[in-house]
Ligand binder design. Sequence first.
Ligand code: NAD
Length: 336
Amino acid sequence: MKVLISGGAGYIGSTVGSACLDAGITPVILDSLVTGSRGFAAGRAFYHGDIADGALVDRVFAEHPDIYAVIHCAALIVVPDSVTDPVGYYRANVIKSLDFTGHLLRNGCQRLVFSSSAAIYRANEDLTVDEDSMIDPRSPYARTKAMCEAMFADIAAAHPLRVLSLRYFNPIGADPKLRTGLQLRRPTHALGRMMLAHQEGIPFLITGTDWPTRDGSGIRDYIHVWDLAEAHVAALSGFDALPGSVTAINLGTGMGTTVRELLVAFNSVADRPVQWREASRRPGDIAGAYTRITRAERLLGWRPQYSLAEGIRHSLRWAAIRDEAMPNGAPETVQA
Ligand SMILES: NC(=O)c1ccc[n+]([C@@H]2O[C@H](COP(=O)([O-])OP(=O)(O)OC[C@H]3O[C@@H](n4cnc5c(N)ncnc54)[C@H](O)[C@@H]3O)[C@@H](O)[C@H]2O)c1
C-alpha cells in the first residue's frame, strides 16, 4: 500500500510516515518545508512544494498512480499567530486545503484522512468531550480546522471521496526509535516549558491554579505521538469499513492529566527535579479537556499503548539529540 502524506516532513506527518514504513506501507511526502525539516523526509519519496500547486500534485499522482489514500497533515499550527495573521491562516489552512482537495479529486483520490484538532470542541461541564460534543472553536486556527471539516463533508456528499477526520488531543513524545520528533527548541506548551525549566534550572510556572479541575491546574489529554501515528495506520487498514462517507474520531488517551500531575510524572523521569511556582492564568488560557475514546476503539480497534512517563522520556531523549538529528537547525520558538 502507498499513501501520500501532505506535511509529511513535520512533527506528526513524519512520525506517521515512520509508522507506515514499519507497517509495510510506503509513504510519499509532499511538503513545502515552511515549518518541516527536509531530514524528516530522508529515505522517503519526497516532493518539495505546496499542496495548492496543482501541477505538482498531478506529477505526484502520475509518478505514483497506486496511491491508496491521502493523509492531510499540512497546515500552519501556531494559535497566537493565527490571531495576529488570520488572513494568512485562513489562506494556508482553508483555501489551500480546498485547492488541494480539488487536485486530489482530479487525480481520482477516494480516501482522505484529515489532521483535525481537539481545539474545535467546547468541553462538557466535567471537562470531557466526545465526537458529539459541541463544535465551538475559540481561535482562528481552530476555526480553520472546523471549516475544513465542514468543507470536506460537503465535498464528500457530492463526490466519490470519503473523509476521516482524526481530531488530535495533545501530542507529546517522539518516534521511540528517534528518527524524528518535535522540530522546535522552545515549544511553549506545558511540557515544553517544563523541559526548558529543567534545562535552565529555573522554576516552572503553573499558570492558573483556580480552574475547576481536581487540583486547580489546567487539564489536557497528552497522547504519545507514536500512538497517534499508529492510529493512522489502523485508519488506513480499516478505512473502507468506516461507516458513511464522513467520519470523525478523537485521538487521545481517554485520561485527563493536570499540569500538577504532568509535573509529578516529569520529575519521576527526569534526572533532577524541576522546581515550580504558582502563577495566575495567562490571557486566552482555558481549563482544558480530555476525550472519551470509545469510538476510536470501536472503529479503529486502536488504543494508546504508551504511558505519560514514556511520552515525557521520549521527548527528553529527542531534545537531547535534536540538534544532531536536524543538521539544518531547529526553529527557536513556536507554540505548537
Ligand atoms: N501538534 C499539535 O499539537 C497538533 C494538535 C492537533 C492537530 N494538529 C494538526 O496536525 C497536523 C500536523 O501538525 P504538526 O504538529 O506536525 O505541525 P508541523 O508544523 O510540524 O507540520 C506541518 C507540516 O506541514 C507543512 N506545510 C504547511 N503548509 C504547507 C503547504 N501549504 N504545502 C505543503 N506543506 C505544508 C510544513 O512544512 C510542516 O512540515 C496539522 O494539520 C495540525 O493542525 C497538531
